[in-house]
Design a protein around this ligand. Structure first.
Ligand SMILES: [Zn+2]
Length: 135
């Protein structure tokens, strides 16, 4: 029984397409691991910058053990007579299940005590003009 030439051609094209998809995925993984000119966080890329794994944990409310039980993990704490240490600037974390890398992000800056001594705000540098006499 002779094979159908159009069916053979379709099979060849499907195999070539599957190979191209596999190569594209490999290239994406290489780009994610070797990206130059900027660090991409786990939160933004959904991929570990250390090992390239996409198997992650998102801990939406990172906590720690303190007096009186669990407290939100935060970048600062204020002391309260009634409540003890009150977390300011709560954090979330992303954890790579491949290599264990942990990344933290503050989820709310609104109550962070920026006092200029212990916590200092750093503002972005102004952009350098690309033209004009001060190049
Ligand atoms: Zn990893």
């Amino acid at each position: 029984m002779a094979s159908d030439p159009s069916s053979d051609r379709l099979d060849q094209l499907e195999r070539a397409n599957a190979q191209l998809h596999a190569q594209l995925q490999e290239l994406r993984e290489i780009i994610d691991r070797t990206r130059v000119g900027g660090f991409r966080s786990i939160r933004d890329s959904r991929r570990c910058p250390a090992c390239g794994s996409g198997a992650l944990l998102h801990v939406r409310r990172a906590q720690e053990v303190g007096y009186g039980g669990l407290k939100d993990l935060a970048i600062a704490h204020e002391s309260s007579v009634w409540k003890g240490a009150v977390p300011r600037g709560p954090m979330e974390s992303f954890v790579c299940r491949g290599c264990g890398l942990v990344e933290f992000h503050v989820t709310d800056f609104s109550d962070v005590p920026v006092d200029g001594t212990d916590i200092v705000a750093i503002e972005p540098e102004p952009d350098v003009p690309s033209g004009g006499p001060f190049r």
